[in-house]
Design a protein around this ligand. Structure first.
Ligand code: ACO
Length: 430
């Protein structure tokens, strides 16, 4: 009798049976390779474009139960972290697995704060971009350029060197993001103010003008900090997968982060909140919502900020953001697009098209409204996502480097192209 913790597979082509071990409700894809019709066959593979049912790694960083709408960082529910923690502490938790002691936190905060300045050359990189360049394009390329400023980062197997780059990346991302924004606006760059909090200093570098000391509004500073917490990690999404995949070639963390940020840039991932705002502006009036929904159902386009590969329930981050929006709007005044968003959500959540497909608002549905009320231009939204996600990418990268399954990422393909054929001279081609 077969061991119960295994799967018996019968190949009906040959009548042969195979017993494959099960671990964590998963079988190893390589265990299928033994399944062959002829001895010289390559062996059975699985086909999973978009990785919808393939675990690419074992991880202890972030847990999501998409059916129940649960998100936890290192075991701590996102609701508790958002209420009680701050972004820097959350980054520490993601990276090192435990909440820091007071001493560890102070040291961590000191190290991040003392890596906020960037090389003066970076201003020259920024000045090279077109006046209307998208800030995310600037961020992606400038993070990659850090690889040239810190060549020692290639020494990825040295723990101290690694940690140094972690401090640099988390410390400098807000500075790069702010420089990209100031370049676009035609404003002078503002140096970091290390007496402010992580998000307070970011607001300073973005919005300081002639005042001698920038004083961030505490409600907006905290709101941005909570948004940073909510965006810090989200297990094996498109950009985390890019980070691990690029990191698997032993590339340095700057180019790996640039690659992850490029993955985030797309409108189906981190670019979605920008798309939500464009959509709300296009609808323009609450009265036009039913007509818009009709067109979504007809397949003309998707409802941006709705649906998620993993969440088949209300995204827990969207719930926290929706609540926080009221506090922000008390300071900034209500975003006029909010009523359109609320009506879209109300109708969609009652409509069978969305209910049957389990399409609920995701994190991006409300975050853009808050960013816009805080006076961020729409093309900065994805940049605001990349800053905190840097700690998640780095946590995924470190876990990969230290893990037992460290191998270069190299998927297989099912080749369906032409078989071998002879080269045809150009004058003989039809
Ligand atoms: N509007 C309308 N229909 C949708 C939407 C949507 N936003 N999302 C999915 N559907 C429909 C699909 O048309 C499909 O319907 P069908 O079965 O009749 O063909 C069904 O729901 C399943 O959709 P898939 O595309 O298979 O879902 P997938 O898991 O591949 O996509 C994704 C997930 C990309 C997030 C998708 O829901 C989407 O495009 N949403 C809009 C963009 C967005 O908000 N992205 C942000 C994601 S969160 C983040 O990255 C932070």
């Amino acid at each position: 009798m077969a061991n119960k913790n295994s799967l018996t597979i019968t190949d009906n082509r040959t009548g042969k049976s195979y017993e494959v071990p099960i671990e964590h409700d998963t079988i190893k894809a390589m265990d299928l390779r033994q399944i062959k019709v002829k001895d010289d066959d390559f062996g059975m593979m699985t086909y999973d474009p978009g990785f919808t049912n393939t675990a690419s790694c074992k991880s202890k960083v972030t847990f999501i139960d998409g059916e129940k709408g649960i998100l936890r960082y290192r075991g701590y529910p996102i609701e508790q972290i958002a209420e009680k923690s701050n972004y820097l502490e959350t980054a520490y938790l993601l990276l090192f697995g435990e909440l820091p002691t007071k001493k560890q936190y102070e040291e961590w905060e000191y190290n991040i704060t003392h890596h906020t300045f960037v090389h003066e050359n970076v201003k020259k990189f920024m000045d090279g971009y077109q006046y209307d360049a998208h800030p995310m394009g600037m961020l992606v390329s400038t993070v990659a350029a850090f690889s040239t400023l810190y060549p020692e980062a290639k020494n990825i197997d040295d723990p101290d060197t690694r940690l140094h780059q972690v401090h640099r990346l988390i410390g400098k991302m807000p500075t790069l993001a702010a420089y990209a924004y100031r370049h676009k606006m035609g404003f002078p760059y503002v140096y970091p103010d290390n007496n402010l909090s992580y998000t307070g200093n970011f607001l300073n570098m973005l919005f300081k003008m002639s005042e001698p000391k920038y004083e961030p509004n505490p409600v907006l500073e905290r709101a941005l900090d909570v948004l940073f917490i909510l965006h810090a990690d989200h297990e094996q999404n498109c950009s985390a997968n890019a980070m691990r995949s690029i990191g698997s070639s032993n590339a340095d963390p700057y180019v790996a982060t640039a690659g992850a940020a490029a993955a985030l840039y797309g409108p189906l991932h981190g670019g979605a909140n920008e798309a939500v705002l464009r959509m709300l502006a296009e609808i323009g009036d609450v009265k036009k919502v039913p007509e818009y929904i009709k067109r979504v159902k007809a397949g003309d386009f998707r409802l941006m900020g709705f649906g998620h590969r993993v969440y088949k329930n209300y995204d827990p981050r969207a719930k926290i953001i929706k609540k926080m929006a009221d506090e922000v709007f008390e300071v900034t005044g209500k975003n006029p697009l909010l009523d359109i968003a609320l009506e879209l959500e109300r109708i969609a959540l009652e409509d069978d098209f969305f209910v049957s497909r389990k399409l609920y608002p995701n994190v991006d549905f409300y975050s853009g409204l808050i960013y816009q009320a805080m006076k961020f231009p729409t093309d900065m939204f994805v940049v605001l996502f990349a800053i905190p996600r840097t700690s998640g990418w780095l946590a995924q990268w470190l876990e990969f480097l230290d893990g037992p399954d460290r191998r270069i990422a190299r998927p297989r393909q099912i080749f369906l192209g032409e078989d071998s054929r002879d080269y045809v001279e150009i004058d003989k081609r039809k």
